[in-house]
Design a protein around this ligand. Structure first.
Ligand SMILES: [Zn+2]
Ligand SMILES: [Zn+2]
Length: 279
């Protein structure tokens, strides 16, 4: 695996999935080695924690030492221990390693999130909306089933209602990939999907700002063939103008070679991600 250093030193990647996520490959150490080759200053692990009891899908698991286990706080312990061990090992090598999680939002999850935060001291708790009506819209195998019963307007409306609820909960550091329905949205509904955000910007930004929830610039959009980020430039600019914190750069890597993907293009949008963020 050949990994080129980024042309900008000292960036932070605050959204990566190691093999504790059932849809990712690469151990925590392999990710750290990749981050060093990229010359990142920081890497924050954000494994998936999907636990919607009504979820009509495949996701409610953590992979622990090669075995699929239900997503419960107990089963996260080996992940937490491995990240903390990597923190000790890589600090002297110039890489800061942080403990995070990407919680899959669903209606009524607030108590579960609060309990998770009691169990573990996450430095970064991302919330990702991945489902509409309990069906995953962001996996190649399920998005058509999810969108089939929804008009474009309904899909976007129901997506942003969840984003607004997640932000208002005040439980999370940041919302991941703010306009993620675009991942397969264009393929299913056509290009008009990219303009749907305009109806929700005001309400979404107010919920983020009032709750002190930040957003990330997620470069996975570019890996998925979209020529922008999650969220789009229009939303990134709108968020900044409305006083929403745009604090994190995330590759959403699901394999080590994707760490820091296209950060040289996105870095200028997130000054906070340059030089590490130790506050
Ligand atoms: Zn996600
Ligand atoms: Zn992710």
């Amino acid at each position: 695996m050949h990994i080129e250093p980024l042309p900008i030193d000292g960036l932070s990647d605050y959204h990566v999935h190691c093999d504790y996520s059932v849809d990712a490959t690469g151990t925590i150490e392999e990710y750290c080695e990749a981050a060093l080759k990229r010359e990142l200053a920081e890497i924050c692990f954000t494994t998936h924690f999907d636990s919607n009891p009504k979820s009509d899908g495949f996701a409610n698991y953590i992979r622990v030492k090669g075995e699929k286990k239900p997503a419960t706080p107990e089963h996260l312990a080996p992940y937490v221990n491995d990240v903390l061990a990597a923190q000790e090992k890589y600090y002297p090598l110039g890489l800061s390693v942080k403990l995070g999680l990407e919680f899959g939002w669903y209606a009524g999850c607030e108590e579960k999130v609060a309990r998770l935060k009691e169990w573990y001291d996450f430095e970064h708790l991302l919330v990702g909306v991945h489902e509409i009506r309990n069906l995953c819209f962001c996996a190649a195998s399920t998005f058509e089933k999810c969108f089939a019963d929804l008009s474009m307007e309904q899909a976007v409306e129901e997506y942003y209602r969840q984003v607004i609820d997640a932000a208002r909960s005040g439980l999370f550091t940041a919302v991941a990939h703010l306009d993620y329905y675009r991942k397969y949205g264009e393929q299913f509904y056509g290009k008009a999907i990219h303009q749907q955000y305009t109806n929700y910007m005001g309400e979404v930004f107010a919920a983020l700002k009032d709750s002190g929830t930040a957003i990330e610039v997620n470069t996975a959009a570019r890996r998925k063939g979209l020529d922008s980020f999650f969220p789009s430039m229009e939303m990134i600019n709108g968020a900044k103008r409305e006083g929403v914190d745009v604090l994190f750069l995330g590759s959403d890597a699901h394999a080590p070679e994707q760490v820091g993907y296209d950060f040289e293009i996105a870095a200028h949008l997130v000054p906070h991600a340059i030089g590490g963020c130790d506050d």
